[in-house]
Design a protein around this ligand. Sequence first.
Ligand SMILES: Nc1nc2c(ncn2[C@@H]2O[C@H](COP(=O)(O)OP(=O)(O)O)[C@@H](O)[C@H]2O)c(=O)[nH]1
Ligand SMILES: [Mg+2]
Length: 374
Amino acid sequence: MEFHFSDNDLNGVSIIVPTYQEAGNIEQLVTRLTKAMKALTPNFEIIIVDDNSADGSEEIVITLAKQDLPVSILIRTNERGLSSAVLRGFEKAKYNTLVCMDADLSHAPEDVPRLAALIMQDEADFVLGSRYVKGGKIAGKWGLFRYLNSWVATALAYPLVRLRDPMSGFFAIRQSLLPKAEPFNPIGYKIALEVAVKAKPERMQEIPIHFGLREAGESKLSLKEQLFYLQHLKRLYQHRWKTLSQFFLFCLVGTTGLVVDMGTMFVGYGLIGLSFRYMRFLAFLLAATSNYQLNRMITFEVKKGQHWLKQWVGFLAASAIGFVGNWLVSVTLYDKTIFFHDHYLLAVIAGVMAGVVLNFFLSKFAVFESRFFK
Ligand SMILES: Nc1nc2c(ncn2[C@@H]2O[C@H](COP(=O)(O)OP(=O)(O)O)[C@@H](O)[C@H]2O)c(=O)[nH]1
Ligand SMILES: [Mg+2]
């Protein structure tokens, strides 16, 4: 998916509203927005980006536009998704201040001028409507799970960008940052996070909003979206710290390998009573194969069609060499120093760490990202 942003130098505000099945909210949204915006500037437009809802939204917008309300609708039939809808709206926008908000009236139209004004008055390049700064509020009662969920999701994004509410879908941005931004990869829901990371605004502000209840229709946020979010985070981390985040995932996968290894031993040796020696070998092979598959899918995201068997052999070799490194380091430390001789478990840890690092770099450069194994 590619996006093209040319520089808009027209002074004013383009408000982008992604919609899917929001017919029941559009009229109120547009009339309240128009009233609120007129107090700030006569130069504004509302662009609804609808993914072919076919629920009467189009007719409603056409009727409103006929009443001289500055609204238009872009209907997409070949793409779906909230983030890409917003970016398509940004492409079409004609003014130099862009705002993105939900259609369901949980974002108050009356708050939009406050967001936009900070950009227009050159006090910020990115303004986030935030539920979690002082003065921010959330209507309705949230259960413990929802709080926890939101807190974890926010904390996971914090190293990427210092925002208190990166999950918010309510923000304003200076248009001129977009043409220079790094390519957007709009998966999932978190468009504010994607834009803040890729467009790198220098001056960011979070201002409190009262997050209301959805007026009509239903939320489209599902468990699937939450999984998309994890994938989105992974992409952003890899974008920022590629090798480091691969290493982190590699270690995580390694931990699951330990579980496979121990589970295999428990079943084969503990329950069935097979030979310990042979089981060690089998368990290693199973654990290494499961690590291989997970690293292939998650850590290095190998594309389909690349040679499974050849890479598998390469990965087993890398693991074996990693083990030799582990052995050499721990044995050398143990043999040559009094300290590690006395603290032999620390020698084991040092060996494991050396082995993991060696295994990682071999897997990365000599197997998964090497031409030879493709
Ligand atoms: N164009 C478009 N808009 C979407 C899509 N999914 C959600 N939206 C809109 O994005 C906004 C936020 O969605 P909503 O369901 O309210 O999510 P919630 O506030 O997290 O429950 C609303 O205006 C939706 O209509 C989509 O796939 N395409
Ligand atoms: Mg909503």
